[in-house]
Design a protein around this ligand. Structure first.
Ligand code: ZN
Ligand code: ZN
Length: 156
């Protein structure tokens, strides 16, 4: 029987290159399985919980996938900065601009589920100054703002 290669969502060359770059920088290996998870998230275009992601991957690859495997891939993707974890919603979202390491701020729409990643160096500086003044050493300074996006506000 011919060996079947795992099916994966199409991945634009741009993202593939970015993923390769991040991995090279971090000394990580970009396996086809890891890349397939990343491609699936980009194809979906909205934040996904681990279980939603597993369901999508199972559908595409037509086989059962162990949740632990997907959690490991998600861990890898967040570690390399390709994907952000939205803590409040416990979902994962591909970064807009993984080419440089950054803290993130997110505007989360509670109506349509849209996520807008903004990168404000002003907020980053302010947070690190506040932390500094208190002798606090932050592990991560991800800011998540919940509310209603511009499109949904207009549609109200
Ligand atoms: Zn980002
Ligand atoms: Zn919205």
């Amino acid at each position: 029987m011919a060996r079947r290669t795992a099916r994966a969502a199409p991945l634009a060359a741009k993202w593939q290159k970015l993923a390769e770059g991040r991995c090279a920088e971090k000394g990580e290996r970009l396996t086809p399985a890891r890349l397939a998870v990343y491609a699936e998230m980009l194809a979906c275009g909205r934040p996904l919980s681990a279980y939603e992601l597993i369901a999508l991957l199972e559908q595409r690859q037509e086989r059962k996938i162990a949740p632990l495997t997907v959690y490991r891939h998600l861990d890898f993707l967040t570690r390399t900065g390709l994907v952000h974890r939205l803590q409040s919603a416990q979902t994962y979202f591909p970064c807009d601009h993984p080419e440089n390491a950054h803290e993130s701020q997110f505007l989360l729409c509670s109506s349509c589920g849209d996520v807008d990643e903004v990168e404000s160096s002003g907020i980053e500086r302010l947070l690190s100054r506040i932390a500094d003044e208190r002798g606090f050493r932050p592990d991560n300074a991800i800011v998540e703002v919940k509310g209603v996006c511009g499109v949904c506000v207009v549609g109200d």
